[in-house]
Design a protein around this ligand. Sequence first.
Ligand code: NAP
Length: 403
Amino acid sequence: MGKGKALMIGAGGVASVVAFKCCQNSEVFSELCIASRTLSKCEALKAKLDGGATKVSTARVDADNTAELIALMRAFSPDVVINVALPYQDLTIMDACLAVGVDYVDTANYEPPDTAKFEYKWQWAYREKFRAAGITALLGSGFDPGVTGVFCAYAQKHHFDEIHEIDILDANAGDHGYPFATNFNPEINIREVTANGSYFENGRFIETQPMAIRRVYDFPEIGPKDIYLLHHEEMESLALNIKGVRRIRFWMTFSENYLNHLKVLENVGMTSIKPILYEGQEIVPLQFLKAVLPDPASLGPRTRGKTNIGCIIRGVKGGAPRDYYVYNVCDHQECYREVGSQAISYTTGVPAMIGAAMLLTGAWKGKGPGVFNIEEFDPDPFMDALNRFGLPWQESFAPRLVE
Ligand SMILES: NC(=O)c1ccc[n+]([C@@H]2O[C@H](COP(=O)([O-])OP(=O)(O)OC[C@H]3O[C@@H](n4cnc5c(N)ncnc54)[C@H](OP(=O)(O)O)[C@@H]3O)[C@@H](O)[C@H]2O)c1
């Protein structure tokens, strides 16, 4: 089994869980360097982790600056870089990985800061360069994207001859007690949920108005919730990688309260990403809103309830129709007791650590170098690791379906 050094970029909500989990898996992660633009956050995190078998260090880095990243990578010489900063930094970090020759893992695809449009085209454009450099980029190793892609690959490998329909269901029944807060970075979250929805059907994506399609789904261990159709990045890669799939939809729960607040904020212009002049200074309304909203990393102690994220998959096996539901239920308070974070950070941070471990140990090296989405790899070692590192999954062959 390989053993190695990981450089983690970012020191926010998700990064905190990644760091705890790397230290829990010290037989794989011998060293971890926590690097972000605010050094004090890296040091505060390090202070919670010191004393274990994984050696932890910190560094200050501006991940928008490729030269700074290259210098840091040359100084630390990591075996893998785990990017849990923001999607805006994906390309600069990939450029630095190419210059130094080190594997790359992230949890969210690139989006340009001035356009709220995320797609894989920018990162897929690095395929040849990574192949030529002999290094691997694992894209989207969070929960969704991430585990949802692994679930689809696992279903394809073990339970279906052909997959025809995929519904990805993301439910958060957690209550943090604030009138309005987001569970991960508010800027990224609000850009995602105010965008048009979309779904994949018969070879093309169909756009919908934001939150225009609603259903109610009765989730295991959570109960009935309103779910809304959203555009989500893993649909783009699954549409290519799950051969023969005819329809893919992504659903997320939102409370009426959350949507009412969001509507008001949108109506008054607070979710806009177009800079405005305020007292002689340019500000982006959404970035200002982020500054006044609760920090997602602070929600841990207050959030009660569970998440349930999974995939309902329909297709055929041995000539007969088959329905299959695979999902994880995670309890906010249990996550907080274990690593001091709520379940959204937890369900993202655990798979980010596992993805990096898959590369470090060589479990996924058989594919050779290149840029890959997670469902392109063998799902089995990842599914085992989910059970081992705190995200056990459950399955059903007679699920309720989304109408
Ligand atoms: N796939 C999934 O399931 C999933 C789910 C949730 C989140 N995510 C992704 O996970 C990532 C992290 O989310 P989060 O909630 O942890 O966000 P967060 O709490 O805002 O943390 C982001 C971290 O990145 C740092 N950072 C931002 N810009 C930087 C720069 N230019 N140079 C260096 N560091 C920089 C921030 O530093 P400061 O502290 O100085 O601001 C902060 O420590 C995001 O990309 C998000 O989209 C994925």
